[in-house]
Design a protein around this ligand. Structure first.
Ligand code: CTP
Length: 402
């Protein structure tokens, strides 16, 4: 089975302008290179006062463009070839001055020159003092770039180099890369589709302090959302509480309980093409959660009255392609098939929770896909790859339905 990577063999041009945040561009270059991308770095003259071409070349193992008139280097003519080869241009950090150049079409440094010469999608991550970011001139430039189709990511709130706190920090590299993955995939095979994914284990209140929950980490659902984004879909992720960071470019709808998840999923399904319920939804919840903290008493035991939650999948419209999960400890295929039939699903993703290193909390999963046409045992692999295979099945079902 082939391995899918959002950045594998992608040609990424990384333009850096002169901000103290330029050191974070080293992390971007390094992470992208490790993820399999070919990263061509372009440095504006002022960027070179903060970071060196050598540092980037050491990380990317590729030439770094530092000027527009540099007849002694082969790279001097390279910007035209690079403009054609680049699959995305990331300008990070983009200073106020760089935003102005990009908005007005100036081309007196390698970054702004490439931005004019390339037809590749552009991601711009501004970084500057908060007052500069708020200035109407800067806002107008950012708006111009957005209207022209560039994706402006950030700036984020936080502590600035000046020591003040405000909006002006370069967005975190992980967030920039999440948006970049979505940008690279925006014409992917799931472009035009809206999909809903649920993730995590619901937490049903016992009292204001305690909840009934389960061992779901949310990793499988988040991987499903990530892959759908990377293949061009619009993604609504309905998430129970997890320890996972939010996914850039994915609409996150928090839903802590089965009841909240039901409302959120049903609302999101209204204009969706497919639903994958990866969440581990509580089947029972405390009938009457206490308003105040339950205090221990003299008796050595305590009973909780529980009531059934409503089945979310069963309440969703059949017009969607609907996928359920089955986590089982025995008779995997038989239990999965009975869920397929009883909930009238298009696919059930079944995994054996007794297998070490797979399923709950793990980074890999070993699943059996159970559909009306038969079963398919997938290899044990990273959840991102499992998610890819699940969406392959969903995309095929959607194509069949026309
Ligand atoms: N599910 C749901 N609504 C619920 C409970 C579960 O939509 N109230 C979904 C889950 O997200 C999952 C699938 O249904 O996709 C799991 O089916 P279910 O029969 O609930 O699994 P188990 O709880 O494991 O069932 P059983 O107790 O029969 O093993």
């Amino acid at each position: 089975m082939s391995t899918h990577q959002p950045f594998g063999a992608k040609r990424i041009a990384l333009g850096v302008s002169g901000s103290i945040a330029a050191y974070k561009a080293l992390e971007l270059a390094s992470t992208l290179t490790k993820a399999g991308a070919l990263v061509d770095v372009l440095l504006s003259p002022s960027a070179q006062r903060f970071v060196t071409p050598l540092a980037f070349r050491s990380l990317t193992h590729r030439p770094v463009l530092t000027g527009v008139f540099d007849p002694d280097t082969p790279e001097a003519i390279e910007h035209v070839a690079l403009a054609q080869a680049a699959e995305a241009l990331v300008v990070a950090p983009a200073t106020a001055h760089m935003l102005a150049k990009l908005a007005h079409g100036l081309a007196d440094d390698p970054v702004s020159l490439l931005a004019l010469a390339t037809a590749a999608p552009v991601l711009v991550a501004p970084a500057m003092d908060a007052h500069m970011w708020e200035h109407p001139a800067v806002q107008a430039n950012a708006r111009t770039l957005t209207e022209r189709g560039a994706l402006v990511v950030g700036p984020a709130e936080g502590r600035l180099a000046s020591g003040l706190t405000g909006r002006g920090r370069l967005e975190e590299p992980a967030v920039i890369l999440g948006h970049l993955a979505g940008l690279l995939g925006r014409n992917g095979d799931m472009a035009g589709l809206t999909v809903v994914v649920s993730a995590g284990g619901t937490a049903e209140p016992v009292d204001p302090v305690r909840v009934l929950t389960n061992r779901s980490s949310g990793k499988m659902g988040y991987a499903l959302a990530e892959v759908a984004r990377d293949r061009g879909a619009r993604v609504v992720l309905v998430s129970a509480p997890t320890a996972l960071p939010a996914l850039a470019g994915v609409e996150l709808v928090p839903a802590a309980t089965a009841a909240a998840m039901r409302d959120a999923v049903l609302a999101a399904c209204k204009d969706a093409d497919a639903l994958v319920m990866a969440a581990a939804v509580a089947d029972y919840r405390p009938t009457d959660p206490a308003g105040q903290k339950v205090k221990k008493e003299r008796s050595s035991s305590l009973s909780l009255a529980l009531e059934r939650t409503e089945d979310i999948l069963a309440a969703t419209p059949r017009s969607l392609v609907r996928v359920g999960f089955a986590a089982e400890s025995e008779d995997l295929a038989a239990h999965a098939r009975s869920k397929l039939v009883s909930k009238a699903l298009d696919l059930v993703v079944a995994n054996d929770i007794t297998e070490a290193g797979s399923g709950f909390g793990a980074d890999e999963n070993h699943v059996l896909l159970v559909g009306p046409q038969g079963d398919e045992q997938l290899d044990r692999m990273p959840k991102y790859q499992v998610a890819w295979a699940i969406w392959d099945r969903v995309a095929a079902l959607l194509a069949k339905r026309g």
